[in-house]
Write a protein that binds this ligand. Sequence first.
Ligand code: HEC
Length: 108
Amino acid sequence: MTYKRRVIVLFTFLMGIALLGACSGGGTSEASDDPNVVAEGLYQRACIGCHGGNLQGASAPGLLNTGLTRQEFIDATYLGVGSMPGGLVSEEVAELITDWIFKIEAEQ
Ligand code: HEC
């Protein structure tokens, strides 16, 4: 094999690896466009510490089947309620998390 040929073979090999990497990266960013995935991530950052990993409750009550309306749930989430502090998330994020939780509730 000439030197030039070896360089071409090596180059082709490296391009293959680069393409593989690009494909798996693309898959991940597609998934995070899903509002449910985004909402779950926000829940994990802002709520999980008090309300538990499966919405089952921990130091705070569980968040499934609360009997609250969508609007009451959103208000509680960004304004706070009782001993839960307000201002944890914006109103928009509260809506996103509420819709995600209500969807889980509907699918039970
Ligand atoms: C610092 C702990 C803490 C964090 C963080 C927290 N909560 Fe709470 N949450 C509470 C407590 C405590 C209550 C019960 C308040 C009461 O009734 O006195 C509560 C109540 C609620 C209620 C009303 C439940 C009902 O049955 O009336 C909702 C809805 C709620 N939280 C949603 C959320 C969401 C969504 C997040 C994330 C953005 C969140 N909370 C983050 C502590 C927390």
